[in-house]
Design a protein around this ligand. Structure first.
Ligand code: C5P
Length: 303
C-alpha cells in the first residue's frame, strides 16, 4: 500500500517582522496564503525500520537537497514516530515542483506532507491538533502548510488562525535563478534596522486585509500586501525590482517578493489578466520561469 499527499506552496500576503528574540527567531505578524503549486509525496511501508527518502523532479539544484536526517521530510517522519513510540519504517518519494530556497515554503510544505502521509501509513490516527504541535517543532511555516487556505500567523509563525476567504484569486509567480537564504534575509533586516535604514516593523496585520479576504476584494487584498523582508531581498537581488516593475506595468493588482524571496508573487485582477501578465512577463524575459497559479489552496492532503 502507498499513500500520496499533495502539499502547496505559500506566499505571505503580509509579512511583518518584529525584533529578533532571545531564541534567534523573530516575532511575526503575517498572513500565509496557499497556492495551487504542489509537491507530491508518496510513502510506502518498508520491511525494516529505516526512513528512506528519494527526491525526483526537474527543479534546479535538486541534487543539493540532503536525503538524510538534515531533510525536514525525514525529520518529520522521525518526530512523528518518536511521538508514538513506534519503530516503523517508510520509503518516501518526493516529487518536487516547488522551487528550492525560493521563499515559497517548499521544504516546510514537504515536512507537513510527511506528517500527514506517515500518520496514515502507520495508522497512528493522530488528530490535526497533535500534528500541528509536531509541525511547530519542525519549522515556523510547517503548521500553516498543514492547514493551507489563508491563515493569520503569529509567534515565530507557528501560531495559526484560519481566515475566511471568498472566491479564488489568480496569481502569476515569477521564479528566479538561484535562491535566497531565509536566515540571511532575517539577519540583513536586523542589520539594516541597527543602522537605522530600515522602515519600522509592521506590527499588526491590517484589518483591511482581513476584510478584503473575507469579501473576495482583489483590489483590497493587493492594496494591503506588504513584506518587511522585501527591501533586503531587493538589495540582495536588484534584478527583482524589474520583475515587480514589469508586473505593475502589465496591469498587476499587486506585486511583492514572496517571503524571503527571490520568487515574486503577482496578484491579478482576474484569470484573463493573469494569463496576459504571464505572457508579458515571459516576453520581457524576467525571471527563470513564469507560472500561473490560483489560491487559496488546501493544505497537505491525501489524494
Ligand atoms: O522556522 P524555520 O526553520 O523555517 O526558520 C528558518 C530560519 O529563518 C530560522 O533559523 C531563522 O534564522 C529565520 N526565522 C526567523 N524568525 C522567524 C522564522 C524564521 O528569524 N519567525
Amino acid at each position: 500500500m502507498s499513500i500520496t499527499v499533495l502539499t502547496p506552496a505559500k506566499v505571505n500576503l503580509v509579512l511583518g517582522v518584529g525584533p529578533k528574540r532571545a531564541d534567534g527567531f523573530h516575532d511575526l505578524a503575517t498572513v500565509y496564503y496557499a497556492l495551487d503549486l504542489h509537491d507530491e509525496l508518496v510513502v510506502a511501508h518498508r520491511a525494516d525500520d529505516r526512513i528512506v527518502l528519494t527526491v525526483t523532479g526537474t527543479q534546479p539544484n535538486l541534487h543539493r537537497l540532503p536525503v538524510d536526517g538534515r531533510n525536514l521530510v525525514v525529520r518529520a517522519a522521525q518526530a512523528l514516530r518518536a511521538r508514538c513510540g513506534r519503530r516503523a519504517g517508510a520509503d518516501i518519494t518526493l516529487h518536487k515542483n516547488i522551487p528550492l530556497t525560493a521563499g515559497l515554503a517548499g521544504g516546510s510544505s514537504d515536512a507537513a506532507a510527511a506528517l500527514v502521509a506517515c500518520n496514515a501509513l502507520w495508522g497512528l490516527d493522530l488528530a490535526l491538533d497533535d500534528l500541528l504541535t509536531i509541525a511547530a517543532e519542525l519549522g515556523s511555516d510547517v503548521p500553516f502548510c498543514l492547514l493551507g487556505g489563508a491563515v493569520l500567523g503569529s509567534g515565530r509563525g507557528e501560531l495559526v488562525t484560519p481566515l475566511p476567504v471568498v472566491g479564488t484569486q489568480h496569481w502569476v509567480l515569477v521564479l528566479a535563478d538561484g535562491g535566497l537564504s531565509t536566515p540571511a534575509m532575517f539577519a540583513a533586516l536586523d542589520r539594516s534596522r541597527e543602522s537605522g535604514t530600515a522602515a519600522p516593523p509592521t506590527e499588526v496585520v491590517p484589518a483591511d486585509l482581513l476584510s478584503a479576504l473575507a469579501d473576495g476584494d482583489v483590489a483590497g487584498i493587493a492594496a494591503a500586501m506588504t513584506n518587511d523582508l522585501e527591501p533586503v531581498a531587493l538589495a540582495a537581488r536588484p534584478d527583482l525590482a524589474r520583475v515587480l516593475d514589469t508586473a505593475r506595468a502589465a496591469g498587476a493588482a499587486g506585486a511583492l517578493v514572496s517571503g524571503s524571496g527571490p520568487t515574486c508573487a503577482v496578484l491579478a485582477h482576474n484569470a484573463g489578466s493573469a494569463d496576459r501578465m504571464a505572457i508579458a512577463l515571459r516576453a520581457a524575459g524576467v525571471g527563470r520561469q513564469v507560472l500561473v497559479s490560483t489560491g487559496p489552496a488546501v493544505g497537505a492532503r491525501i489524494v
